[in-house]
Design a protein around this ligand. Structure first.
Ligand code: ADP
Ligand code: MG
Length: 260
């Protein structure tokens, strides 16, 4: 992917629907994320947030609708017997590589030092020389505030530090967009702030991000737009101020009550 201007749509879903068996989990999702935009996805447990993120990253096949990445239609086709892959798998892998994913579980490789965790994909996937990869890895570790942890084992780090390494690992690949699925939900409360701080910094630097979160304070401060998902529908969306201060639906008002 190339450098994106602010107004260009980086990632878009049109009419996306998804069901597991008889259970409709996503229903006619329309969502366009522009360059440098920070979108926070909120909603009750089971409302389809993770599934939406996974479908947007082509980690899960949706049943209906289309996904565009920088204007290119990718993903699946309507076939007679369900959906078939539309894009060549190699193209899909390429595009996926440009999407940084950060999950609740950091999934660092326990048998590799911190810097090797960050370098691994640079060397194996990007084919970068080791010393060049090491230089870049140190740069991103510096960015997440962990330059001195390069040579330690992940198990020696706190959860917050491990998640910052996971962010650095994604960042090293220079993604066009980063998708976060509850990146602080597995952390002890006192470690949440340092991870959110790194994400705020990325937002300020213009990274395009979609973030599933229960951190309403963070969403209020960092998001350009907040989307409330309820039972697989986008029920409301808007700038944080409007959405948090003046919810239009009873469902959102009720949901926000839990965070007061
Ligand atoms: P959220 O992230 O908002 O909590 P999910 O996207 O994880 O919601 O799940 C939405 C709904 O889809 C839930 O009812 C969940 O049980 C169901 N679901 C998620 N993944 C699967 C799966 N692999 N198989 C069957 N049902 C699933
Ligand atoms: Mg989830």
């Amino acid at each position: 992917m190339t450098q994106t201007s602010q107004q260009q749509v980086v990632l878009e879903a049109r009419g996306m629907s998804k069901q597991f068996g008889d259970h409709r989990v996503l229903e006619d999702i329309n969502l366009a994320v522009k360059g440098s935009e920070v979108v926070c996805l909120i909603g009750p447990s089971g409302s389809g947030k993770s599934t939406l993120l996974r479908c947007l990253a082509f980690l899960e096949a949706y049943d209906d609708g289309d996904v565009f990445v920088e204007g290119e239609l990718l993903g699946y086709d309507r076939g007679a017997n369900g959906r078939r892959l539309r894009s060549r798998p190699a193209r899909l892998r390429e595009v996926r590589r440009d999407m940084g994913m950060v999950f609740q579980q950091f999934n660092l490789w326990p048998h590799m030092s911190v810097i090797d965790n960050v370098m691994e994909a640079l060397v194996r996937v990007r084919g970068m020389k080791r010393d060049e990869a090491r230089r870049l890895a140190l740069e991103v570790l510096d960015k997440v505030g962990l330059p001195e942890k390069a040579d330690v084992w992940p198990s020696r780090l706190s959860g917050g530090q491990q998640q910052r390494v996971a962010i650095a690992r994604s960042l090293a690949m220079s993604p066009a967009i980063m998708l976060f699925d509850e990146p602080t939900s597995a952390l002890d409360p006192e470690l949440v702030g340092e991870v959110l701080q790194v994400m705020k910094q990325l937002a300020e630097e213009g990274m395009t991000m979609v973030i599933v979160t229960h951190e309403m304070g963070f969403a209020a401060q960092a998001a350009d737009r907040v989307i409330f998902l309820d039972q697989g529908h986008i029920l409301e969306q808007g700038v944080p101020k409007q959405l948090f201060r003046a919810p239009r639906t009873e469902r959102l008002a009720q949901f926000l009550q839990n965070y007061l």
